[in-house]
Design a protein around this ligand. Structure first.
Ligand code: PEP
Ligand code: MG
Length: 594
């Protein structure tokens, strides 16, 4: 297809399927700074190129200033400051001087000028002025982007079929795109449970994340193959590869259709145990996809979206409209509405979150809500009001102990009393569940079970906190092991605690949607599994072929191993024996990971 050599890059498969097409680089990555010595006769051309980049950055800043609505007019001074830095001797003049005196390219000269300017700021005693060094960095970054030809693509204007290549994509950025045009996503950053990955899965868009340098190495217009099922991308594929992948793409599509045809059968095991298989969703619009793929419930409705996609906080009426839509579209099937889980890797454009050194251990989820009672109450009112439109339940995220749960429940009671006094209808018996995703909650699961109507294990966070592996850090993605004995023991402990207290326990982390783990989760005693809608047909198919009694014994055996690698080997052997036609062995763990 191309005259350039074929190149394969490996990342993390984040959403299955194969996309083949042209790349569009929308990267906001820190631009790589190349070093290039110049010949004398190249100097003036380089200065010209630098000036054009400065002018482009200036026009952009001016345009941004004009676009500030009246509500943000007070912040125009920040843009003014940036324009000031752009015009200042320290950056523009100094860079030109360096291009001329040292015969170096504009990017390198700018880097040196920036470092000199920052060194000057560093010496200033006043904290405020010293911190302005970050403005210098920002402005230099803007110029650099123009030098590199990254013009900050307007995501909402994408109107051709493309594979989006980015350093990282925030949920807000993803929402700006009309996803109908997006064939695939590839990003430098992110792990399998980053929100970009989850969004791609929900929309059935193949995605590979955690590629580290893809945004620097692929150019817009390059022909690429995205294999979201095994986490590779191929740039400039040759004819043979392309041919192979067109076949694979076709086979995948046939397979996906076949499995879909059985999606509506219940997940009843061979010996008659029935699990509820539900969907994880972020948008009311996803309910129809979820039902198509055979969801029997929405086991996790993530409610961050309305806080992320717009500048103003959602009103009670907006939240209510979204919750009612979901409840009604489910036509009597249950929905677990999870209260706001903001913070950690989840940003909100409508909320001012203070910067934290360890955001994953910081003010997130229920902690944030308990600190911001009016925001929390608004959500609780909307959930309670929606409860008369379907089978609605509330679920609190990141509960770390009984005190926190009682506090949240107390607020729920207050809101109920408020609604009752107003004469606003709600379900007085609204079920209250909690997510088990902090190791301390596992340790006191028996106590928590006394105060909750159901549990849902959030393995994305539970694994992160139990194994101390940042879920969005690609450098440690290989250490993120759902089959780690510590994780399996925790799941067992939570199931025992829930059943001991007579309440049901489900799982809604990504682990629940992995068909390879489904028999083990069945054996560990989970009552329900909730997952991205695309995973439902396969998980149901596997559960239908499994025997609960047999897997209870196999789960006990799995719990006897000392390392993730041993559990993984044991499971692969069992899967090969029990489901030879259905499951493919997982990628083996590297030997050194025990
Ligand atoms: C989890 O942590 O497993 C979970 C389902 O919640 P989230 O991915 O939204 O943090
Ligand atoms: Mg979580």
């Amino acid at each position: 297809m191309s005259f350039s050599a074929e190149k394969i890059m490996h990342g993390v498969g984040a959403s299955p399927g194969i996309a083949i097409g042209r790349a569009l680089v929308v990267s906001r990555s820190p631009v790589q700074v190349p070093y290039r010595p110049l010949a004398e006769d190249q100097v003036e051309g380089e200065v010209e190129r630098f000036r054009r980049a400065v002018e482009a950055a200036r026009s952009e800043l001016n345009a941004a200033k004009e676009e500030l609505g009246p509500d943000l007019a007070d912040y125009a001074y920040i843009i003014e400051a940036h324009l000031g830095i752009l015009g200042d001797k320290m950056i523009s003049h100094r860079s030109e001087e360096l291009i001329r005196s040292q015969l170096i390219n504009a990017e390198w000269a700018l880097g040196l000028a920036e470092a000199e300017a920052k060194a000057i700021f560093d010496k200033v005693k006043d904290n405020y002025i010293r911190s302005r060094a970050s403005d210098v960095e920002y402005v230099a970054g803007q110029v650099l982007r123009h030098l590199a030809g990254h013009n900050g693509i307007e995501l909402s204007t994408i109107r051709e079929k493309v594979v989006v290549v980015a350093h990282d994509l925030s949920p807000a950025e993803t929402t700006q795109m009309d996803l109908g045009w997006i064939m695939g996503f590839v990003t430098d950053m992110g792990g399998p449970t980053s929100h970009t990955a989850i969004m791609a899965q929900a929309k059935a868009i193949p995605a590979v994340v955690g590629l580290e340098r893809v945004s620097a190495e692929v150019a817009s217009g390059d022909f690429v193959i995205v294999d979201g099922s095994n986490g590779t991308i191929i740039v400039h594929p040759d004819e043979e590869t392309l041919h192979d992948y067109r076949d694979k793409q076709e086979a995948y599509e046939i397979y996906a259709q076949e499995i879909l045809a059985q999606a509506h059968l219940p997940a009843a095991t061979m010996d008659g145990r029935r699990l509820e298989v539900g969907a994880n969703i972020e948008l009311a619009e996803e309910v129809s996809t979820a039902l198509t793929y055979g969801a029997e419930a929405v086991g996790l409705f993530r409610t961050e979206f309305l806080y992320v996609s717009q500048k103003a906080l959602p009103t009670e009426e907006e939240l209510l409209a979204s919750f009612v839509t979901v409840a009604q579209r489910l036509e009597g099937r249950p929905v677990n509405i999870r209260t706001l889980d903001i913070g950690g890797d989840k940003f909100a454009s409508s909320l001012e979150l203070a910067p934290e050194i360890n955001p994953a251990l910081g003010l997130r989820a229920i902690r944030y809500c308990l600190k911001e009672p009016s925001l929390f109450r608004t959500q609780l009112r909307a959930i309670l009001r929606a409860s008369v439109y379907g089978q609605v339940r509330v679920m609190f995220p990141l509960i770390s102990g009984v005190g926190e749960l009682l506090q949240a429940r107390q607020m729920l009671e207050e809101v109920k009393a408020e609604l009752a006094a107003e004469g606003t209808p709600f379900d007085p018996d609204l079920k209250v569940g909690i997510m088990i995703e902090v190791p301390s909650a596992v340790a006191v699961a028996d106590l928590l079970a006394q105060h909750a109507d159901f549990f849902s294990i959030g393995t994305n966070d539970l694994i992160q906190y139990a194994l101390a592996i940042d879920r969005v850090n690609e450098y440690v993605a290989h250490l993120y092991q759902p089959l780690h004995p510590a994780v399996l023991r925790m799941v067992r402990q939570v199931v025992d605690a829930a059943h001991g207290a007579g309440i049901p326990v489900g799982m809604c982390g990504e682990m629940a949607g992995d068909a390879n783990e489904a028999p083990l989760l069945l054996g560990l005693g989970l009552d329900s599994l909730s997952m991205n809608p695309l995973a439902i047909p396969r998980v149901k198919q596997v559960l239908r072929l499994a025997s609960a009694g047999e897997w209870a014994g196999l789960a006990d055996q799995a719990l006897g191993y000392a390392t993730a690698a041993e559990v993984s080997r044991f499971m692969d052997a069992q899967l090969g024996k029990h489901f030879p036609e259905v499951l493919t062995p997982r990628t083996p763990l590297p030997k050194d990971m025990g």
